[in-house]
Design a binder for this molecule. Structure first.
Ligand code: CA
Length: 398
């Protein structure tokens, strides 16, 4: 989790990495052997190490993922339109009802409300439906032997081995993201060890197959990250004309009285109250887009992923789950993002036009983007491979 989420890390450290030397034939088995003594010091018995790493082969695809450099920065409205769409809101509301009893007990123990916990669940793993497909030991073993940050990944590898050694999760079930995040909560192994909890009391902390453990672990994470019970994460605000956003930032919290004096109001026009306490101003798409005042609880959500766009997605989804509307101020673009349903529709239209884009999955990957480029050129749009409302409308029209 944290800075090694697949979708997040791409822009975070894309500029600093050296090219991976593909020409060196990797001696994976020798590297793993070399890690065994350190693993033993880290609490993995030699027998466990041999058992769980027997026959392990590297997957150099994860090094390509580590080194992937995006062609352009994904706009925040694309993240949000895919992560917070009607489909996810409806599914989340159904799950809130379905798991109401467990969520109430989770709230009682950790002080985090059901909508927030379910919103994290929805953004992290699509409510447990997208857990990742990489065998974790293979991915972490590869990252421990090749590429950048090997020592970081070695620590995560040892943690994964300790989790298996303790029997929390069956070895064949330990799959996740290419970077090692796994389960409903998408915890890294070291985060699992610190914060995963056995909420149903069966002796196992199972974030792969046990919803109670997963929901409680999410709430435990937020509680440890400083969650303040009963307080909001923040809310959308309206800035007066000519407002300077120079001191914008989640971290630069100021007394509410200061925002009131500067003419900031709730987005429905109602005034702020000083009882709300200090808040930071966030304008993730600049002064012309939606603006938010955020409190300490936004920081707790932020720490789950170390990305403001994801933090905002979780925060907004939690509001939508409580019945709130989408943001009032539109994003500053003439080409808004697509929901997952619209992404699937776009993919269907690309297939109808003869493009081979693989399966219709609502994820606009390399093949979909290549097809979008061709269609953008045909319609005389800017050619960037991005799937937005503009190209969807053009393809619908024929
Ligand atoms: Ca359990």
């Amino acid at each position: 989790m944290l800075s090694f989420k697949p979708l997040l890390c791409i822009s975070a450290f894309a500029l600093t990495l050296p090219a991976f030397a593909q020409s060196t034939p990797p001696d994976f088995a020798r590297c793993l052997d070399g890690l065994q003594p350190a693993a033993r010091v880290a609490g993995v018995s030699e027998a466990s190490f041999r058992r769980f790493t027997a026959g392990l082969t590297p997957d150099m695809g994860v090094i390509e993922k580590l080194n992937f450099q995006p062609e352009f920065r994904t706009p925040i409205w694309d993240y949000l339109s895919g992560l917070v769409d009607d489909e996810r809101v409806q599914q989340g509301q159904t799950l809130l009802k379905q798991h109401a009893e467990v969520l109430a007990r989770v709230q009682q123990r950790y002080g985090v409300d059901p909508a927030t916990v379910v919103a994290v669940w929805g953004v992290e793993s699509n409510f447990g439906q997208t857990l990742g497909k990489y065998p974790l030991l293979q991915a972490l073993g590869t990252l421990s032997c090749f590429g950048r940050r090997q020592s970081y990944f070695q620590g995560e590898l040892y943690a994964a081995l300790r989790i298996l050694q303790a029997g929390h999760i069956a070895p064949e079930r330990l799959v996740g993201s290419w970077a090692g995040a796994f389960g409903h909560t998408q915890f890294m192994p070291s985060t699992f060890e610190r914060l995963a909890v056995d909420f149903d009391g069966d002796g196992k902390r199972d974030l792969m197959d046990n919803t109670s453990d997963a929901l409680a672990s999410t709430a435990h994470f937020l509680a440890k990250a400083g969650w303040q019970t009963g307080r909001p994460w923040g809310f959308e605000v309206k800035l007066p004309g000519g407002f300077s956003t120079a001191d914008e930032g989640r971290r630069s919290k100021r007394p509410m009285g200061e925002w009131m004096a500067r003419g900031v109001r709730r987005v429905d026009g109602s005034p702020l109250t000083s009882a709300l306490g200090p808040a930071g101003l966030m304008t993730p798409a600049g002064p012309k887009g939606p603006a938010f005042l955020v409190f300490r609880n936004f920081d707790a959500i932020y720490s789950y992923n170390a990305a403001e766009s994801y933090g905002l997605a979780i925060a907004h989804l939690s509001d939508r789950l409580r019945g709130a509307d989408p943001f009032t101020t539109p994003w500053p673009t003439d080409d808004p993002g697509l929901s997952r349903a619209e992404r699937r529709e776009l993919q269907g239209l690309l297939i109808l036009r003869g493009h081979d884009i693989g399966e219709v999955d609502g994820m606009l990957g390399d093949k979909s983007r290549a097809a979008i480029r061709i269609e953008q050129a045909r319609f005389g749009h800017e050619v960037n491979g991005r799937g937005g409302q503009k190209i969807l409308r053009a393809l619908r029209a024929g």
